[in-house]
Design a binder for this molecule. Structure first.
Ligand SMILES: C[S@@+](CC[C@H](N)C(=O)[O-])C[C@H]1O[C@@H](n2cnc3c(N)ncnc32)[C@H](O)[C@@H]1O
Length: 398
């Protein structure tokens, strides 16, 4: 700890560029301050919410003294400092949100992979509101469901949530819950609402299904049936969009071998299976046992797909053959060095990497680079409007 604790101080800040994580960078008296609810080029008064002992502070812009031209009033009155922590970029136009996301992806590729790559983030169909098909609510002390404030246990009660699929939260928000109950609401591809209650009882996580259970989704020319709380893209247009990019870039041919790593219920495996045909082979690797069962059921008509349940890093040690194409869609932490090196050692012609974190993508692109792969194409999508999150699909070739 160096110097005084700044927590609670009000600082006047010239706001600099946006950083990975969505906060803007500012500097004052030799300290770095990450500012929420601000935009590059603004002059703001910001309250320090956290002082990390001299290394950096976090702050919330509480007054805008000079606004950026891209600033707008947030569509949701709760998307302001101290209120709902769900959206962090409602104060920028959707176009500017995408521009900022593009800058973040480009900066991560530059810093972590040494690549100068201009990035334009594409909007998905449907607009910036009413897209979120899964929301984790929590009941506050009065039993009303809401969302947590940013980096806090405090629950902000909601009347509605403008980024959620319209109507999806109505029942959950009208009920009285036991305080502290978490409620996960999922709206599926047919507009059916599924809900489950999550509670920690004597240190153990318990889930109780309240409504629905099996979700129906539609993408890549198929109807999918899966556990409603299992992984599926949260933006209703995302699965179809990513599947079509994978189809275009994977370009597997009949008779070839392809791997779908972090396969979920097999969205991309289905795309690869159509390309390799019945004379080819697709290996789908997924750690979630329920996802594997759902995947096997959904792709039962595709005998060329075989499933391996387990962690990619372990399963890869026992996979044989030389795939032409590998698709990877890891969680936020990325695939990591061990998996990337194992994929590169299998020597596929093409790697299609679907990524929800640009820093993890850039680190893994750098590791692929050490093994002779180069980034050939990259598309970025605004699959999470009103938040700083961005999804990328990258094509790597040897
Ligand atoms: C981002 S999702 C992608 C799912 C699928 N590709 C899709 O588009 O629907 C990541 C998936 O990887 C699985 N997963 C997480 N860690 C894993 C690991 N170490 N090995 C294998 N699968 C993993 C998760 O259960 C989840 O289904």
């Amino acid at each position: 700890m160096t110097g005084q604790d700044w927590t609670g101080r009000i600082l006047e800040l010239e706001v600099g560029p946006v950083a990975h994580g969505g906060h803007c960078v500012s500097r004052v008296d030799g300290r770095v301050v990450f500012v929420r609810h601000a935009l590059p080029g603004e002059l703001v008064r910001a309250e320090v919410t956290e002082d990390k002992g001299g290394s950096f502070c976090r702050a919330d812009a509480v007054e805008v003294l000079r606004a950026a031209p891209e600033r707008v009033d947030p569509p949701c009155p709760l998307a302001v400092p101290g209120q709902c922590g769900g959206c962090d970029w409602q104060h920028a136009t959707p176009e500017f949100q995408r521009e900022l996301k593009g800058r973040v992806v480009a900066e991560q590729l530059q810093r972590l992979a040494g690549l100068d790559w201009p990035v334009e983030v594409e909007a998905l169909p449907g607009g910036a509101l009413g897209w979120r098909s899964r929301v984790r609510l929590v009941a506050g002390p009065d039993g009303r469901a809401g969302l947590r404030a940013h980096r806090s246990h405090r629950v902000v009660a909601l009347e509605n949530c403008p980024i959620a699929v319209p109507g999806a939260l109505d029942r959950a928000l009208s009920w009285k819950w036991r305080p502290g109950t978490e409620i996960e609401v999922t709206s599926d591809g047919d507009g059916h609402v599924h809900a489950r209650e999550l509670a920690t009882v004597r240190g153990k996580r318990r889930a109780r299904q309240l409504a629905g259970g099996e979700a129906v989704q539609h993408a890549a020319g198929r109807d999918w049936r899966l556990q409603a709380h299992g992984f599926w893209q949260v933006h209703p247009a995302a699965a179809e969009t990513f599947a079509s990019v994978v189809r275009e870039w994977a370009r597997a041919s009949p008779g070839e071998l392809a791997w779908d790593l972090y396969a979920g219920v097999g969205l991309f495996a289905s795309v690869l299976a159509a390309q390799v045909g019945v004379t080819g082979h697709v290996v789908a690797v997924e750690s979630g046992q329920r996802a594997v069962s759902d995947g096997e059921r959904n792709l039962a008509d595709l005998p060329q797909v075989s499933w391996r349940a387990g962690r990619t890093e372990h399963v890869l040690r026992s996979l044989s053959g030389k795939p032409e194409v590998v698709v990877l869609d890891p969680p936020r932490s990325g695939a990591g060095r061990e998996v990337v090196q194992a994929v590169a050692a299998a020597s596929p012609q093409r790697v299609v990497y679907v990524a929800c974190d640009p820093a993890a993508l850039a680190r893994d692109v750098a590791t692929f680079g050490e093994s002779g792969y180069r980034l050939e194409r990259l598309r970025a999508f605004d699959a999470f409007p009103m938040t700083h999150h961005v999804e990328c699909v990258a094509l790597l070739v040897r």
